[in-house]
Design a protein around this ligand. Structure first.
Ligand SMILES: [Zn+2]
Length: 80
């Protein structure tokens, strides 16, 4: 199936990309403790940061609107 991204390619992107770098292009991240960063959520309006990123785990989660995922899903959601 030409044109479709293979599962293996996605896994490779997940391993190569640092989610803090990807999210950091859109969100100003500040340290929120060991292995955790937080910033203003790009998916909903807020004034106090509830958007958390865990670079070592490769995941993000927003406690305000419930958005969550990895670097790959963040790219897809922020582009569309
Ligand atoms: Zn949010």
């Amino acid at each position: 199936m030409a044109g479709l991204i293979k599962r293996g390619d996605i896994d490779e992107v997940r391993q190569r990309v640092n989610i803090a770098d990807v999210v950091g292009d859109y969100v100003t991240l500040k340290s929120a403790g060991v292995g955790s960063m937080k910033g203003l959520c790009p998916f909903h309006d807020e004034r106090s940061p509830s958007f958390h990123v865990r670079p070592q785990a490769g995941f993000y989660h927003c406690f305000g609107c419930g958005e969550g995922g990895d670097a790959y899903s963040f790219c897809r959601k922020s582009i569309t």
